[in-house]
Design a protein around this ligand. Structure first.
Ligand code: ADP
Ligand code: GLC
Length: 492
C-alpha cells in the first residue's frame, strides 16, 4: 500500500510539539510492519524550512513547479535514521521566501504568527493534493491514500475533491481541534478554492475560511489520537464549535492512541542521560536525579520529591494552576524542574519562584530536547493537569521512564494513565495519579497523595514497574492505522 503522509513538522527534522513526534515515529513504524501484516510504502510531504534543508539526507531537487502563484522546488531526501536501510523518504517543498525564515514553523522569534500562514500552508496542502492527482510531479509514485495531519494540511482533501478530482482516498487526522487555521474570506480566491463551497457545507466557518473544517468536511475518513478524545470532540465542551459536523461523521471517526518511539524514548538506551537504567535495573535513575539536581542548581537530595514539567505553557496544559500551590509544596520540601515556554505571565511566575527558591525550583525557557529527556528521567513524578489533551506524549514518556504522571481525567490522559488506588495497586494496574477536577485544590491533593506513596518505596516501585512494562510503543498502533487505511480503501 502506498501512503502519502502530509505534515507541517516531523522529528528529527523540525519539532514544536507532539505532532512532530508522531510524524517522525508513525511512518517509521508503518514502514517496518511485517509483510504478514501488510507492507506500507510511505513518504512524507512537508515544507522545506531551513532546519529541514540542513538535516535532510541525500537531498536532491526533482522538479520546479508553480503552486498558487509561488515558484517552488520539490526536493526529495531521506529522514535521518541510524538504521540507513529504513530511512523514510521526505518530499520537501522549497520556497525560500515562504519557509526559510528565522523563527518557528508557525510564528516569528517573538511568537507572533506569520501573517501569510494561509499561503504557506495553502501551498503545503495544494502540493499534497497534486501528488495525489493525475498531474503529479512525481512520475513513478502515486499513493493509494493520503493521511493529512492537523489544520496545516486541511485544504488538501478539499483540493483533491473540488479541483483535482483525485481517486486517492484521504484521511484527516486531528491532533488538536483547538487550532483551526481560520483566515479572512478573501483567501478563498487567493488559494484557488471555488467560492461556491464557502458555505456551511464546505470550508466556511463563521464567515472565515477554516483549513481545519475543510479537512473534517472533505476527507473520506477522520481519525484522532485517542479513543476518548474521539468521543469528547463530539460534545459541546470539547468540540470548539465543530461538534455538530463531527457528530454527523461519527461513523467515519476513529480514535487511535499515540505510541512512543521506543528508540528515542527508552531509559535503557537514551543517549541524553548520564546513566541508563531499566525496569530490571532502576538504580541508574537515582544517578540521573542527582545529576539533574546538580545541573539545575537544586539541592542535591535524594529524599526531596522532584516534580518535573516539560510543556508548552498554554491554557490547554493547566499549568497555571501550579503557582497557587507551589508555596505549600516548596514549604514541604518539594523540588520543581520546569521546562516550558509560551504564556509570558506564567513564564514570569515560574522564573520568580526560581529566583526566590533557587535550590528548590528551576525554570528553563526555550526548547531543549536534551534537558527534556533528563527532566523526564531524573524527576520522581511528572505533572500534566491538562484541561483537554487529545493524546499527550509526555505522560507516556513518564510511564516509560519510571516517572509516574500526575494527570487530569481527559482525552488521551484518561486512556493511558491508571489512577493509583487500593484495587489498581492490588491488580498491578496502577501507573500514575489522576486529578479529579482541573482545580488548584484538586491538583494539590493529588500531588500530596502521590508524594505520600512515593515515600513507600515498595509500593512506588510497583507503580513504576506497571508503567515501564506497559505496551506503549508504536508497533501495535501501526497495525491499527493499517486497519484504518484498509477500511478507507474498501469503504470509501
Ligand atoms: P503538545 O503536542 O500538545 O505540546 P504532547 O505531550 O503531545 O503535547 O507533546 C509535546 C512534545 O513536545 C513532547 O515530546 C515534549 O517533550 C516536547 N516539548 C514540549 N515543550 C518542550 C520544550 N520546551 N523543550 C523540549 N521539548 C519540549
Ligand atoms: C497535539 C496534542 C497532543 C498530542 C499531539 C500528537 O499537539 O495537543 O495531545 O499528543 O498533538 O498527536
Amino acid at each position: 500500500m502506498r501512503v502519502l503522509f502530509a505534515t507541517s513538522e516531523a522529528y528529527p527534522l523540525i519539532k514544536t510539539g507532539g505532532l512532530a513526534d508522531v510524524s517522525g515515529a508513525l511512518p517509521k513504524a508503518l514502514s517496518q510492519l511485517k509483510a504478514t501484516d501488510g507492507a506500507v510504502d510511505i513518504k512524507i510531504v512537508m515544507p522545506a524550512y531551513s532546519a529541514v534543508l540542513a538535516k535532510l539526507k541525500h537531498a536532491k531537487t526533482i522538479t520546479d513547479i508553480q503552486v498558487l502563484g509561488e515558484a517552488c522546488s520539490l526536493i526529495v531526501g531521506k529522514m535521518p535514521d541510524e538504521n540507513t536501510e529504513r530511512e523514510i523518504e521526505v518530499i520537501a517543498i522549497k520556497n525560500a521566501a515562504l519557509y526559510e525564515r528565522a523563527g518557528g514553523p508557525y510564528s516569528d522569534e517573538h511568537g507572533v504568527d506569520w501573517l501569510d500562514n494561509a499561503l504557506r500552508f495553502g501551498v503545503l496542502s495544494r502540493v499534497a493534493s497534486l501528488l495525489c492527482s493525475q498531474h503529479s510531479p512525481l512520475q513513478n509514485w502515486q499513493p493509494d491514500l493520503i493521511q493529512c495531519n492537523d489544520w496545516q494540511t486541511g485544504l488538501a482533501p478539499a483540493y483533491m475533491k473540488l479541483i483535482d478530482n483525485s481517486n486517492v482516498k484521504s484521511i484527516f487526522s486531528i491532533h488538536n481541534l483547538a487550532f483551526q487555521g481560520c483566515f479572512d474570506a478573501s483567501w478563498v480566491e487567493k488559494l484557488g478554492l471555488p467560492e461556491a463551497h464557502f458555505d456551511i457545507n464546505g470550508f466556511e466557518y463563521f464567515d472565515q475560511l477554516s483549513f481545519l473544517k475543510a479537512g473534517l468536511f472533505y476527507a473520506d475518513q477522520l481519525c484522532t489520537v485517542s479513543p476518548n478524545y474521539a468521543h469528547e470532540i463530539q460534545t459541546e465542551k470539547f468540540g470548539f464549535g465543530l461538534q455538530g459536523l463531527l457528530k454527523t461523521r461519527s461513523k467515519e471517526l476513529t480514535g487511535i492512541l499515540n505510541g512512543i518511539d521506543t528508540e528515542e524514548w527508552n531509559p535503557g538506551t537514551d543517549v541524553h542521560l548520564p546513566k541508563n537504567y531499566s525496569d530490571a535495573r532502576i538504580t541508574g535513575k537515582k544517578a540521573v536525579k542527582h545529576a539533574l539536581q546538580q545541573q539545575l542548581g537544586l539541592q542535591i537530595n535524594a529524599d526531596a520529591p522532584l516534580l518535573g514539567v516539560v510543556s508548552r505553557l498554554t491554557h490547554q496544559k493547566g499549568l497555571d494552576l501550579l503557582p497557587e500551590i507551589m508555596p505549600k509544596l516548596i514549604k514541604n520540601g518539594c523540588q520543581f524542574a520546569i521546562l516550558g515556554s509560551g504564556d509570558k505571565v506564567l513564564e514570569a511566575q515560574f522564573n520568580d519562584f526560581a529566583e526566590r527558591y533557587p535550590t528548590q525550583v528551576s525554570m528553563s525557557t526555550g526548547y531543549h530536547e536534551h534537558l527534556s529527556h533528563n527532566i523526564m528521567a531524573g524527576s520522581d513524578m511528572f505533572i500534566m493537569p491538562s484541561r483537554f489533551e487529545p493524546c499527550g506524549l509526555n505522560q507516556l514518556y513518564g510511564l516509560a521512564y519510571g516517572t509516574p504522571p500526575v494527570v487530569s481525567l481527559t482525552g488521551g490522559l484518561a486512556d493511558s494513565v491508571c489512577d493509583t488506588n487500593e484495587l489498581s495497586l492490588k491488580n498491578n494496574l496502577a501507573t500514575g495519579f489522576v486529578v479529579k477536577n482541573v482545580s488548584a485544590t484538586s491538583l494539590l491533593v493529588t500531588i500530596e497523595r502521590a508524594i505520600d506513596l512515593w515515600k513507600n518505596k515498595k509500593t512506588w516501585r510497583q507503580i513504576q514497574k506497571n508503567g515501564m512494562q506497559a505496551n506503549i510503543g508504536w508497533n501495535s498502533r501501526a497495525v491499527d492505522y493499517l486497519a484504518l487505511y484498509e477500511k478507507t480503501l474498501t469503504e470509501n
